[in-house]
Structure formats: C-alpha cells, structure tokens
Design a protein around this ligand. Sequence first.
Ligand code: 5GP
Ligand code: ZN
Length: 116
Amino acid sequence: MACIFCKIASKEIPADILYEDELVVAFKDAKPIAPVHILVIPKEHIESVADLKDNHEVLAGRMIMVARRLAEELGISENGYKLLFRVRKYGGQEVPHIHLHLLGGARLSENIKPVE
Ligand code: 5GP
Ligand code: ZN
C-alpha cells in the first residue's frame, strides 16, 4: 500500500499542488506552522535523507532548487526562509517519505534542543 505522500504524488488523494515536474511535487502543508509552509517531495518513494543513494544526487538538488524558486515566486525570498529536512525518529520525522519543508513569510524562532 502506497504511503500518503506517494498518494499525493500520484493524485490519489488531493493536495494543493503548486509545482510538479518529472522528479518532484510541491504542495501546501495541511497544517501550516508558518504563513508559507510548502512540502517538496520526490515522486519516488524514499523514506528519508538517510536513505538517499548516490544516484539521488540530481533529485536532492532538484528539491532544493524547486523550494528556492517557489520562495522567489511567493515573494518570501528577500526576507528569507527556512528549509528543513526532519530525518527519522530523533529528527521528528512523522511521514516516512522524504519531504523538504519550505517555511517563511514571518521571522521564525529557533527551537532545536534535546527533549530530555
Ligand atoms: P514531518 O514531521 O514528517 O517532517 O512533517 C510532515 C508534514 O506533513 C507535517 O507538517 C504535516 O502537517 C504534513 N502532512 C501530513 N499529512 C498530510 C497530508 O495528507 N496532506 C498535506 N498537505 N500535508 C500533510
Ligand atoms: Zn511514499
């Protein structure tokens, strides 16, 4: 059974898609934590950054370049933004299909500290 982001990539379940090409899809996060909150995912199911292989270099670069271009188009580039990959359990990753968070439209706090 396909994972939820595979289903978004294949249009089996709806999402507010802002960009798509042969490698990636970008869509609005369902529960935004910033005025702009977009996820960029590969169409290929790869669980996390830790699972990338050498042949994924172009794909990984594409994800960043798409986020960069969307930030520009959405007018949040000049003030700046965050790009975030959560990786596996300690990174707080909840959906096991790589996704790059594009977060912006406001000054965002740092909140990275050990839980325990
Ligand atoms: P993570 O915590 O894995 O880095 O982030 C997962 C993100 O996916 C969360 O920000 C969550 O709101 C978003 N998300 C989870 N399920 C869906 C969905 O079905 N549709 C959309 N658009 N976003 C989702
Ligand atoms: Zn998937």
